[in-house]
Design a protein around this ligand. Structure first.
Ligand code: ITT
Length: 198
């Protein structure tokens, strides 16, 4: 059986250090930490973040021979039929926040949702997924310098009008898709998942 610390540390396969930081802030409440590993993350083409994350987690668990987490997330804009959705990473790197604002110019329905799927997989077992959503709207300008990605243009509905990038990190965690998904994972892992990470 592994040591207590190994049981409470889970490998997180990602190239995005912001995700790791946010996950660790949320998981600290459950006495869990994640450790960033850069293993190849195989992303199948799918409209479902959950399917993408589960598939990538299965492959990474097999490849590393250890339990892993993979997370897939994205911003879905209603007036753009859900774009950029599963392509959020690429769209952020190419046209960025400014490009999305430009696509939205003249559009009054600004509704959008951030989604996050956290997949956990132990080698030889089927992957499990935990999901989180944050409903909100696209701002009319870029605001704030916190967070990452599309944070400067996303105003969560349950907040006070600030964008994610204008909030202290704890406020984003409380309202965000990633906060919700990692809290769901943390609850499960603390209760029954730990036994799989020996
Ligand atoms: P890995 O695949 O290596 O984990 P990635 O950044 O490429 O890192 P995704 O494929 O899941 O991750 O892309 C998600 C993109 O959606 C991310 O790059 C951001 O542009 C955007 N995004 C997701 N969550 C966000 C958040 O909390 N705040 C701002 N933008 C976010």
């Amino acid at each position: 059986m592994g040591s207590m610390s190994a049981m409470n540390e889970v490998l997180f396969v990602t190239g995005n250090s912001h995700k790791v930081k946010e996950a660790n802030r949320v998981l600290s409440l459950f006495g869990i930490t994640v450790k960033m590993v850069e293993c190849e993350k195989v992303e199948i083409q799918s409209e479902s973040l959950t399917r993408i994350a589960k598939y990538a987690a299965s492959l990474a668990a097999k490849r590393l021979g250890k339990p892993v987490i993979v997370e897939d997330s994205g911003l879905f804009v209603k007036a753009l039929e859900g774009f950029p959705g599963p392509f959020s990473s690429y769209v952020y790197k190419t046209i960025g926040c400014g490009g999305v604002l430009q696509l939205m110019s003249g559009i009054t329905d600004r509704r959008a949702v951030f989604k996050c799927a956290v997949a956990f997989c132990s080698p030889g077992l089927p992957p499990l997924a935990f999901e989180g959503k944050a409903y909100g709207s696209i701002s009319s300008s870029i605001r704030g310098s916190g967070g990452f990605g599309f944070d400067p243009i996303f105003i969560p509905r349950s907040g006070d009008g600030r964008t994610f990038a204008e909030m202290p990190p704890e406020d984003k965690d409380r309202l965000s898709h990633r906060g919700a998904a990692f809290r769901a994972f943390g609850e499960w892992y603390a209760k029954s998942g730990r036994a799989l990470n020996l």
